[in-house]
Write a protein of this length. Structure first.
Length: 508
């Protein structure tokens, strides 16, 4: 929850729980400013300029959208975006619709009572927009599946908050079906003006749209007919991994920590890297867990490319930060690997905060000097070895890729599962099927196919939102190689070995 009462009031005012939607007391109420446009077939809401080319497929297609004004505090301005006939997407035209004394126009020669009558005039008369001879309003651009309607979302309750966003448990209605979803709503602040906030929201949406993996939170779409813009994601009932670990301190088995949490999150991050993305904020608070599956979430700081350099001094999470980021401000997949090691420590310490009560200057000094977090004595030696030797290296080029780290963690999980299975077999006189207690664990590790995961009907989201970055710039380089996850790995014939061991014991 936010500590700022004014911020809380702003959000409450923006998310009105009064309805004009068929008496629904929990639907969002559009302001009178947007209401006249909601039924227009070419209205696409608060689409930002970088997202227009994806939506305007062919020459002659057009849309009406709202853009941020040049002067803060002014109302949003209506814009006609048009794909010129015969032109490519680089030639898309954006024409502001001027509003003066209740009249609408695209040039000084003619005005109309409504935007609808303006569009009808140019469309029915097959006239090009003045000043743009190829800009014809031939066909309204169709809405894409990820463009959701605000009135599809019914707010239930708040489930998380961060510096620039809050998350709500909501019900999404679609095609006579209802599902629980998590909705992230970002808001402007003095440090994050509306235009920058909208850019960051849509940047996050663009990053999340292509991601399809069991261990990555799923995006359903974004509702942006009117303010506030809502990022709609799957709802993970267990909440953040950090919160789950703290709530269940001492009650999560070592095998669950290793297999479901560490390996699960590792597979998700491995997939993220295979999509040429750098997460930049890997931590237990930014993963979701539902007792069975761990999912990477919160892509507010994620950037595409092989490297990303922060060129503007700003607040970023620092307790999971790799040594080189403190000095070069450069993020790579290798810096994510370092952060993954810190998260593995968090998991084994039941959600304890790393470098508790340490300030930035202290953590920076310690990390640059080579000091690392200490695992508890109960942590399996395999985990300590993998993290310290493959994730926490001082130089990024000395760290292993996530693909390598995940393989090592999977091997450690297999060894642990077999040890537990053997221990149980040794401690019972019953005729138990060899390996039965760990059958599902062993099979899932040996036979898993990383890139052939089917898209499941799951429910999910992100509860623990973090800082949303402002206008940083990307600097790409090829300094860090990104390894694409492999498919199946060699079958180790564990079942055969276990059957032989079991037969020997029975003969004895």
């Amino acid at each position: 929850m936010s500590d700022d009462p004014l911020l809380e009031k702003t959000i409450r005012d923006k998310i009105e729980i009064d309805s004009v939607q068929a008496g629904d007391p929990h639907a969002h109420k559009p302001s009178e400013f947007y209401a006249p446009y909601l039924t227009l077939p070419y209205y696409h809401g608060l689409v930002t300029k970088p997202d227009v080319p994806e939506l305007l497929g062919r020459g002659g297609e057009f849309m009406l959208r709202f853009a941020c004004p040049e002067v803060s505090g002014q109302p949003m301005k209506p814009v006609l975006s048009i794909h010129p006939v015969g032109g490519d997407k680089e030639s898309i035209v954006h024409v502001e619709v001027k509003v003066n004394n209740g009249k609408y126009s695209v040039d000084s020669s003619r005005s109309f009572d409504t935007i609808e009558s303006l569009v009808n005039h140019y469309q029915s008369n097959k006239e090009s927009i003045p000043g743009h001879t190829s800009a014809m309003l031939n066909r309204p651009a169709k809405r894409h599946r990820w463009q959701l309607r605000n009135n599809m979302i019914k707010v239930e309750r708040k489930i998380g908050a961060g510096s620039f966003a809050q998350v709500f448990l909501c019900i999404m209605r679609s095609r006579n079906r209802e599902r629980e979803v998590a909705v992230k709503i970002c808001h402007e602040t003095p440090k994050l003006p509306k235009e920058e906030m909208m850019k960051e929201v849509m940047r996050e949406v663009r990053i999340m749209k292509p991601l399809k993996h069991k261990n990555v939170v799923r995006l359903f779409g974004v509702a942006m007919d009117y303010e506030p813009i809502m990022i709609v994601m799957e709802y993970v009932r267990g909440g953040s991994l950090q919160r789950y670990l703290r709530k269940n301190s001492g009650r999560v088995s070592p095998l669950d920590k290793l297999e479901k949490m560490i390996v699960g999150a590792g597979r998700g991050l491995e997939y993220v890297h295979s999509m040429k993305l750098i997460h930049r904020d890997i931590a237990a608070r930014n993963c979701l867990f539902d007792k069975e599956t761990c999912k990477i979430s919160d892509f507010g700081l994620t950037r595409s490319g092989e490297s990303y350099k922060l060129v503007k001094v700003r607040k970023v999470p620092y307790k999971n930060m790799a040594p080189e980021v403190y000095t070069t401000f450069k993020y790579t997949p290798a810096s994510d690997v370092y952060a993954f090691g810190v998260m593995a420590w968090e998991i084994w310490m039941d959600g304890k905060e790393p470098f508790l009560d340490k300030k930035l200057v202290d953590v920076k000094s310690m990390v640059l000097a080579g000091t690392r977090l200490e695992f508890s004595p109960s942590t399996p030696s395999d985990v300590v070895h993998i993290v310290t030797d493959y994730c926490w290296n001082q130089k990024p080029e000395d760290r292993q890729t996530m693909s390598f780290v995940v393989r090592k963690m999977e091997e450690a999980t297999l060894r642990m599962a077999l040890e537990i299975s053997k221990s149980r077999a040794d401690n019972t006189e019953e005729d138990v099927e060899p390996g039965m207690p760990m059958k599902s664990t062993v099979a899932s590790i040996i036979n898993r196919e990383h890139h052939e995961q089917t898209e499941t009907e799951c429910e999910t989201s992100m509860y623990d939102t973090r800082t949303i970055s402002s206008n940083d710039t990307t600097a790409s380089s090829s300094s860090t190689a990104i390894t694409t996850p492999v498919g199946s790995r060699k079958n180790l014939s564990v079942k055969e070995k276990k059957k032989k061991d079991s037969k020997r014991k029975h003969h004895k």
